[in-house]
Design a protein around this ligand. Structure first.
Ligand code: ADP
Ligand code: MG
Length: 325
């Protein structure tokens, strides 16, 4: 059973906990509840109290019985947000077709992007952190476009997540099949590079986007065609943007073998879910912190050098298929 924040914690409790630490503030009676997070805008807070609060965040977690306390200061507005693992993520609300919804920020703002401004995406996180759910969520945005405007290449050599997509009209392969075989994956990477080069020769125009989505990228790279696919992936990451081709790669093991520096450098946009270690967090988003995330879609989105904490909405393959029809 999931709980929602407003039923288990009140502003009174928060007031009491802060007052006990000598911090007086005036929060509204009810916080803003957004999925897993509940937030209170703190007004009349002296600057010194902000640093006291930051230092006390771990104590506050214990005192409030929550799993995360985050203090954000944006344009002079101080917001205290709390989350618990067992609070339910917000349901998926579909944005405009073609807009990618990555999740919702702590106070509820939608965190979105477009293929043009990505142009590629790396999704990292430990097993069970919510990578595949995040891919379904992104695919739902892409499949909301008519199949005549969007081509997908879906690769899942671990046979885990993409099977329900077999037959989806947006899939570029013969028979609209998900690729589960290493040799077939290698052939499609060769073909994708060929399409990219042809588009380059033909010059800039509005090409139909081709999005290559790989779940369990590490499995592909450690497989029999790994070195070859690694090479093709790098060529695509370096040049495919102008050809309207995009890579979305999810991996549990963000090791140097799977994500060498030159590949990472060409995929600056990252969605990092809970990682197993601080080292994995740094490989994935160049900073610590992802190892302390709560799991189940609690993540950081790194784009243009800015890190935004967000909650990925829950989505399944069935949701994607529904919008595609
Ligand atoms: N955004 C989310 N909201 C709610 N629950 C989630 C979310 N992401 C993942 N989960 C839960 O965690 C489980 C594992 O997620 P999954 O995407 O399969 O992890 P991964 O692919 O990283 O191994 C899901 O089956 C679901 O129960
Ligand atoms: Mg998965």
């Amino acid at each position: 059973m999931f709980l929602t924040p407003d039923t288990t914690i009140t502003s009174d409790l928060l007031n009491g906990v802060l007052a006990a630490r000598g911090i007086e503030f005036h929060a509204g009676d009810t916080g803003i509840v957004q999925g897993r997070w509940a937030s209170w805008v703190l007004t009349g807070l002296p600057t010194a109290a902000i640093s006291t609060l930051r230092r006390a965040s771990e104590d506050l977690e214990i005192a409030l019985g929550v799993d995360a306390v985050v203090l954000t200061v944006e344009r002079g507005r101080v917001t205290l947000s709390i989350a618990r693992r067992d609070w339910q993520a917000a349901p998926l609300v579909l944005p405009a077709p073609g807009t990618l919804l990555f999740g919702h920020g702590i106070t509820g703002d939608a965190v979105t992007g477009t293929l043009e401004d990505l142009p590629h995406l790396l999704v990292c996180g430990a097993s069970g952190s919510g990578k595949s759910v995040a891919l379904h969520c992104i695919l739902r945005s892409l499949a909301a476009l008519p199949a005549s405007d969007m081509n997908l290449i879906l690769i899942d050599t671990k046979f885990l997540e993409f099977a329900p997509y077999n037959g989806l009209k947006h899939i570029y392969t013969h028979g609209h099949e998900v690729i589960t075989d290493h040799m077939a994956a290698a052939r499609f990477f060769t073909e994708a590079v060929g399409v990219m080069e042809r588009r380059y020769r033909e010059g800039p125009k509005k090409y139909k986007p081709i999005v290559i989505v790989v779940d369990e990228f590490a499995d592909l790279i450690s497989g029999p065609m790994g070195t070859y696919i690694q090479e093709k992936t790098l060529q695509l990451a370096q040049k495919a943007r102008a050809a309207h081709m995009h890579l979305i790669l999810a991996t549990q093991r963000p090791s140097v073998k799977v994500l060498p520096g030159d590949l990472k450098a060409n995929i600056p946009s990252r969605l990092t879910l809970k990682t197993a270690t601080a080292v994995d967090s740094r490989v994935s988003m160049d900073a610590n912190g992802a190892e302390k995330l709560l799991g189940k879609g609690d993540g950081f989105y790194l784009h243009n050098g800015k890190l935004t904490r967000l909650q990925v909405p829950f989505a399944t393959a069935a949701d994607v298929i529904k919008v595609a029809q």
